[in-house]
Ligand binder design. Structure first.
Ligand SMILES: [Zn+2]
Length: 163
């Protein structure tokens, strides 16, 4: 099957790949021209392609999450992933902290960038016509709970601040 490009280096299948969905038989089909498709295309063009151009190849560990998938993984029902407006990414050769800091300085009109547990970076946008919050957060596990701090911090710093 021919791959559906969303931007110069990103393809639709990178955003719809999920082991959990496969295991649960969850349909990950995104119809070209649908709202989710348009959101994923905007995400790729606006936020991910500039990062790819600057930092190198990007691995998307989670992109689109239909409601059933989001429920299966215990994600928030209001997650931007449900609408195809967010991706969790990793960039080889760059730590998640470096990637989050790159977005912070990028000037990209993201809605949320979250440095998550020192493991990946969540990049979220808003649909065309809405005003992005440009929110920067760090998520850390502190005493068995997830703490969210404003700003991009190293895990050591986040744990020190939240503890
Ligand atoms: Zn995410």
């Amino acid at each position: 099957m021919k791959r559906q490009p969303l931007s110069r280096n990103f393809y639709l299948d990178e955003f719809t790949r999920s082991q959990t969905a496969a295991r649960h038989g969850i349909d990950m089909t995104v119809a070209p021209g649908s709202e989710v498709y348009r959101n994923l295309k905007l995400l790729a063009e606006l936020a991910l392609q500039p990062a790819r151009d600057a930092l190198g190849p990007i691995f998307i560990s989670s992109g689109y999450r239909p409601v059933a998938l989001n429920r299966a993984i215990g994600g928030s029902s209001t997650s931007a992933h449900v609408h195809g407006l967010a991706a969790d990414i990793a960039v080889s050769g760059h730590s998640p902290l470096e990637v989050a800091r790159w977005f912070e300085a990028s000037g990209i009109a993201f809605d949320q960038v979250i440095h998550e547990f020192g493991q990946w970076v969540h990049v979220g946008i808003v649909p065309e016509g809405q005003v992005p919050r440009q929110q920067l957060l760090t998520a850390a596990r502190v005493k068995g709970r997830t703490a969210y701090l404003y700003g991009i911090h190293s895990m050591a710093e986040a744990i020190r601040r939240a503890g």
